[in-house]
Design a protein around this ligand. Sequence first.
Ligand SMILES: [Zn+2]
Length: 375
Amino acid sequence: MATLIHNGTLLTPTERVVEGWVLIERDRIVETGRGKGPPADKIIDAAGRYIAPGFIDLHVQGFRGYDLWDPSQPRYLKATRAMASTGTTACQASVDATAEVCDIMRPRIGRTDGGARLLGLLFEVPFIAPDKRGAIPPDRIREPSPGAAEEIIGFSEGLVSMITMAPERPGAKALIRRFREVLGPTGQPVVVAIGHTVATYDEAVAGIRAGISHCTHLYNAMTWMHHREPGPIGAVLIRPHVTAEIVCDGVHLHAAVVRLTIACKGAARTCLITDAVSGRGREIVDGAPRLADGTLAGSILSMDRAVANTVQFADVPLATAVEMATLSPARVLGLEGSRGSLAPGKAADLVLFDEDVKVSLTMIAGRVVWEADEA
Ligand SMILES: [Zn+2]
């Protein structure tokens, strides 16, 4: 069965196609074009809206009242389906690095079940700096020892797709190299990210040389940049191959810092993330969940708002912000060949939205999983 989505503006990595169409067969995009479009069994009228690849959130813990690590499958699906309603078609879940959590998450990996597809697990803990743990309880932090690494690899191999490291901690560099040898759920090596760190510039660069290629919520939970000690932020901004994720909720970062990041790294190396949490049991103060002392504890951001905010904060074209929510995160996980853009052969994960990035329809694997009432 073929589905045609037509009468919309396609956002491809290279161009905006007005009056564009996308032809889908089963779970893949087979063709895109301009004009009337070929006949199909099912036709969806985009009514002049944007047709974009689905958003990929590399860093999310929970959503709208539900945690991704919740053992209850119905509650897990409430989170991933709510994410789909905001245009997120795939995600990487930030969860605790424990055997119990891995047992809960194992059957969910790679599946959609009508919600955002779980691409893999992100372990932000345990090998981070105690002084930059943010909202993470201190008892979760461990010494970066080979024994601790092997224990984690033992229960998480094939599930974990990214791990955060503070490279300045003794033993961290050996662990960075070790995790790079481990394969994640899509057959790609585990991505090692710098984050929750007090590294100096030199320590950050040494970590990057050992295999760090990404940065967990750049700027947040790390030493700030000083002109005589650029620290981890300076290292990430200046090293061209290191990708960075940013939380564009208007709380975690100043608008000018969003602009600075894109100026240094380009949209291709910058990923929009939500770092969203369920929000349960936390007070929302000044636009974000916080601990009693005011420390930020994730966000209540959604990917559609992240895209809209980025356009506003950084004064970039919509297509640029969309790239940061689609192709850039796909590339971080080595999945740019199969998702992240509107191109033949890629996953039929699509989203329709208006100029305010208000999502009206979400398709995952060729199936409409969410539609706004007025659509
Ligand atoms: Zn964090």
